[in-house]
Design a protein around this ligand. Structure first.
Ligand code: FEO
Length: 400
């Protein structure tokens, strides 16, 4: 990617990675990504904002050299230290003998452990601190959990440019820098939503706080660390509006209590249905649907779970454990949003019945409020078992 001038003395020098299809092990990226990085040049000092992925270090250094000698970099601002932005730092530092790394307190700890170096030339900044580059003042704004604890924004008041790190970004890659050059707009919009869902949905209170900070700054341009640079009058407003909409509390008139299960021979499913019937008896207006995990998309199930008021999850015991689709569902639970959420485990088993206690342990680890010790039935639930499951559903509903 050739470097690109954003405005006077601010350049984009990042890397395009159009072939990436999986990010962070779990996130599909159908549109590739970019690792954005920016040079801000004052009359006295030069700052590099965000770095790049280690895989592309050579190309990245060449991009910077198109604008300035590496030895003239005075500050390397790490808005966030995840390795897609810090990976090339080890290759960069030997070429920048004068550079100080500017990082939040949390970031300073992460960076030491990521680089395994305790001798990094770091300046730790806190919310509101500034660095004068000469005619351009960098202001650092804490943005915790957007999406790591270390995240901060960097603001240039003179040009009203915000470097927002991952926030408002997305995994989208076209050979252009600015949003007004995006060709495949539907792809961009899909990528923005997918990025929000994967990266920011678990942190909605922090998203709301971050949006407020950005609105107060009233930027002309938001230079994210992935995807196109957002400009006022083009995609900046769109990104702000969508993030606002997606992080807004959902209007609801009744409680949402989804019941998820897998069932080898229908027995765990029968227990789930009885629990649902009990819930509905106490809360007739509740949205208490039952979902066979194998019959629905994981996206839909996660939407139901992460926006629930309480939920139940059931599994048979196979190979001394709950079954894989159930674990897959629970591996995507938003831990922060589901903290203290009431949850109930159930299941049928034949021999030893580890699934339910294992689910209880997992739900406890997720900081859910686990209801009782879980409900287990040996093989086929009898009428009495189903009556107990229904009563359990009633008790669960009464507790909400
Ligand atoms: Fe793009 Fe959280 O790193």
């Amino acid at each position: 990617m050739p470097c690109c001038k954003l405005e006077d003395d601010i350049y984009s020098v990042g890397i395009l990675n159009p072939g990436m299809r999986i990010f962070d092990v779990v996130m599909r990226t159908d549109y590739g990504t970019s690792y954005n990085s920016y040079l801000v040049m004052g009359t006295e000092k030069t700052a590099l904002i965000d770095v790049s992925h280690a895989t592309f270090a050579d190309q990245y250094l060449d991009n910077i050299r198109e604008v300035i000698s590496l030895s003239k970099i005075d500050y390397i601002v790490m808005n966030h230290c995840e390795p897609d932005h810090s990976g090339a730092l080890a290759d960069l530092l030997p070429h920048c003998p004068n550079a100080k790394i500017v990082v939040s307190k949390a970031g300073s700890i992460y960076l030491k452990n990521i680089t395994n170096r305790s001798d990094l030339p770091m300046i730790t900044v806190k919310d509101g601190d500034t660095l004068d580059l000469g005619g351009k003042l960098l202001k650092f704004i804490n943005a915790p959990f957007l999406h790591w604890p270390d995240t901060m924004f960097t603001w240039v008041e003179q040009s009203k440019t915000l470097f927002s790190c991952d926030f408002l970004g997305c995994h989208f890659c076209e050979p252009y820098t600015f949003d007004y050059h995006v060709v495949y707009t539907r792809g961009y919009e899909t990528a923005l939503k997918e990025y929000y869902d994967a990266i920011f949905r678990p942190f909605t209170p922090y998203v709301v706080a971050g949006l407020e900070k950005i609105r107060n700054l009233d930027p002309e341009m938001v230079a994210t660390s992935h995807g196109p640079v957002l400009t006022r009058g083009c995609r900046l407003e769109y990104a702000l509006e969508r993030f606002t909409e997606w992080s807004a509390p959902q209007e609801k008139s009744s409680k949402r209590i989804p019941i998820f299960y897998c069932s080898a021979y229908g027995n765990t499913g029968k227990i789930g249905a009885a629990i649902r019937d009990g819930v509905r008896e106490i809360l007739p207006d509740a949205d208490a649907e039952i979902y066979d995990i194998n019959e629905y998309s994981m996206d839909l199930l996660l939407e139901k779970l992460n926006r629930s008021d309480a939920f139940a999850v059931g599994s048979p015991t196979i190979n001394a454990d709950a079954v894989a689709p159930v674990w897959k569902l629970l591996s995507h639970v938003d831990v922060i949003n589901n903290r203290k959420r009431p949850a109930l485990a159930f299941g049928s088993f034949g021999w030893s019945g580890e699934a339910v206690p294992n689910l209880v342990a997992r739900l406890t680890g997720l900081k859910c409020t686990v209801f009782g010790e879980g409900f287990r039935v040996t093989f086929v639930p009898s009428e009495q078992d189903l009556a107990q499951a229904k009563e359990l559903g009633r008790e669960f509903a009464r507790s909400l």
